[in-house]
Design a binder for this molecule. Structure first.
Ligand code: 3PG
Length: 307
């Protein structure tokens, strides 16, 4: 019997587990659940005889792949797959997939929840500001970026985007102004919403120089990955620019500096929670289960992300 492990340090909503199980049961596959594990050894022990693994931000390292002797496929129920050692998977003949788009709306809604929270002074009862008529720059116009654009237009924001991998026509069809460079985006927009993946090219790529181009009362909104920010340079910028705020779905490594020096100018979620809605968990979890069934039974590799 095909064994499918769901290994999630941050568990899916129970409704998602029920629906994933329905998909796997229908295929005659066995579902094994490892949630809220605290030690790497628990993951290593759980993968030993499974054929497939569904994960979220869980780390699938070379060691985990080496321990999983029957492993054929890993599906990251979500967008970013920077937590999976792709070359180790490829070497072991393991297919890696993600589930693009399935949790994007949840991430986009969180970006706006955090923006309103900051614009209203963390609901402190004092006068705040509005998002209407403010400029918003979407850095990378993928699935999340598109949802952000839709919501931003609802708020009456002026919406811009920069993405060298998406045609200007496609962006402008959505009523979004496509700019030619990062510099143009950052110097035009008071709010920047980051949606770039964490890759060797993008890690630490958002630093002092580019952020210092932002207009007065600048707000950087990061629902992507903390690794794309040069955190030391961000601190330097926030020291130099008292009008700059940073909002992030997960705290930076130097969060203590923010607590000490930048009160009222930052907000961090306690745990990465952009995709943490029932809907997103159901969408991504069920897609992951269906992709596993499609791959094991029919060799479907539509969402494969490794070589
Ligand atoms: C993603 O890349 O899909 C999001 O960052 C969600 O990550 P999570 O599943 O760990 O919440």
């Amino acid at each position: 019997m095909t064994k499918v492990l769901i290994a999630t340090d941050k568990p899916f909503a129970p409704i998602a587990i029920t629906k994933i199980k329905t998909v796997l049961d229908a295929a005659g596959f066995e579902m094994i659940l490892l949630e809220k594990y605290t030690e790497k050894s628990q993951l290593i022990n759980a993968v030993i005889d499974v054929d497939a693994i569904i994960i979220r931000s869980d780390l699938i390292t070379e060691e985990v792949i080496a321990a999983a002797k029957n492993l054929k496929i890993v599906v990251r129920a979500g967008a970013g797959f920077d937590n999976v050692d792709l070359s180790a998977a490829t070497k072991a003949g393991v297919v890696v997939m993600n589930t693009p788009g399935q949790n994007s709306n949840a991430v986009a809604e969180l970006a706006f929840g955090m923006m309103v929270y900051m614009a209203r002074g963390a609901y402190n009862g004092k006068d705040g500001t509005e998002l209407r008529c403010k400029t918003l720059g979407i850095h990378a116009y993928g699935n999340v970026g598109r949802y952000v654009a839709t919501i931003a237009k609802g708020f009456g924001m002026k919406v811009y985007a920069y993405d060298p991998f998406v045609s200007k026509d496609l962006i402008e069809k959505d009523g979004v102004i496509a700019l030619d460079s990062m510099e143009a985006l950052y110097s035009t927009c008071q709010y920047i919403s980051l949606h770039i993946p964490a890759t060797s090219q993008t890690k630490k790529s958002i630093g002092y120089d580019i952020l210092s181009k932002m207009p007065p009362a600048a707000v950087l909104v990061n629902t992507a990955r903390k690794e794309v920010i040069n955190e030391d340079e961000l601190v330097k910028l926030m020291e130099d620019r008292k009008d700059f705020s940073y909002i992030s779905d997960i705290a930076p490594d130097n969060a203590a500096t923010f607590t000490e020096h930048f009160a009222g100018r930052y907000f961090f979620t306690p745990k990465k929670m952009g995709a943490q809605t029932k809907e997103a968990n159901v969408n991504a979890g069920v897609a992951a289960a269906e992709q596993i069934v499609g791959f094991i039974n029919n060799g479907n590799i539509q969402f494969k992300v490794n070589e």
